[in-house]
Design a protein around this ligand. Sequence first.
Ligand SMILES: Cc1cc2nc3c(=O)[nH]c(=O)nc-3n(C[C@H](O)[C@H](O)[C@H](O)COP(=O)(O)OP(=O)(O)OC[C@H]3O[C@@H](n4cnc5c(N)ncnc54)[C@H](O)[C@@H]3O)c2cc1C
Length: 396
Amino acid sequence: MREKIGVVGAGIVGLAVARELATVRGAEVTVLEKEGRVGAHQTGHNSGVVHAGIYYPPGSLKARLCREGVALLKEYCAAHGVAYQEVGKLVIASTRAERPRLSALAERARANGVPGIAELDALALREIEPHAVGVGAVHSPYTAICDFPAVARRLALDVAELGGSVRLGHPVRAIRERAGRVEVLAGRRGHVFDQLVVCGGLGTDAVARMAGAPGDVRIVPFRGEFYALKGAARDLVRGLVYPVPDPRYPFLGVHLTRQVDGRVLVGPNAVLALAYEGYRWRNFRNIGQILGWPGTLRMARSHWRTGLREVRGSLLKSAFVGDARRYVPELTAADLERAPGGVRAQAVARDGRLLDDFVVDVHGKVVLVRNAPSPAATSSLAIARHIAGIVPALVR
Ligand SMILES: Cc1cc2nc3c(=O)[nH]c(=O)nc-3n(C[C@H](O)[C@H](O)[C@H](O)COP(=O)(O)OP(=O)(O)OC[C@H]3O[C@@H](n4cnc5c(N)ncnc54)[C@H](O)[C@@H]3O)c2cc1C
């Protein structure tokens, strides 16, 4: 009899996991997704950047799975005709004080095996991005952009071709382990699986609680807001322009990112949201759970200055424009218009620490992806291989 594995969440990670388990284990997989389409949350609301692996501490899961993920994703996109363009990335130092961090970044990128890394001076960086300015830059020529929602849709087709199914409009409401199997109530239907893998993104905590595995970290949602460049201003950026990251907050710092459809996004910032799917300021739906987690307030206490700066950028377009103009001074407020944003699922520990690496837990017959923030879209096919190695072998 074929092994039956359930996967919660039809984002890029859940779909990649389902495809991998069907391929390497020959399992009959069923993906349960509450929304009416695949990739409805983080997978469909991100910057679209295939990160090359510049930032992550060598030896971390992020560093390893990002590099492996890039290779797998590039091959997958080529095989299935999904848009993938190596537009290259410049990480720009705008002051001399940032230069040592830039060199450290180049060293880290090389340690992670990122190909083609070059350190450029003020003149050389303009050969890559003629409208950008800075005192120096690190150039990563193979950093790419990709259509992640199209990857997710193609993965869903693969799952079906491998004899599995993707059930849309099936919110998981209850989970029980009984007689060595996992019973799941999704929508109005019950399913029985040998194993369950939870890739629920912003909904992870609720599903973990259903599985009796609340754990000691919680998802805290951070809204990432974007502007888009209008008309001719799009020509001011060829590829990807990033600031030197602050090592304490590597995901912060407004950047300019070209998209596969020709748009150029400016952003995202990172503002604490008070609803898991808090795409708008006025959504307070999960305020009790989010502020009730001791880690949220501890985090806010240690990072309030940065938090206020991000809120300022959210409320004042001029602050956002100011950040972007540090790197591309020709930009004006009139060149930017609001674009749809996304919400990051970031795991925060009880002591207020933001979990940096990818985290996967096993609880009986349930495998839980606890933390899969950026670059999880880039790394999705490698994360799937990693998880396939973790899902316990079936003993009947
Ligand atoms: C603003 C922003 C910019 C980003 N930029 C990049 C980038 O440039 N490059 C990169 O690699 N990564 C980027 N990321 C991160 C990347 O988008 C995510 O790491 C990745 O999409 C995570 O995929 P996922 O499948 O885990 O989550 P999701 O795509 O969020 O999927 C989780 C799914 O689970 C479903 N679900 C939840 N609860 C239930 C339930 N009870 N029952 C059934 N289904 C449920 C949800 O509906 C959802 O579809 C960015 C993220 C954001 C928000």
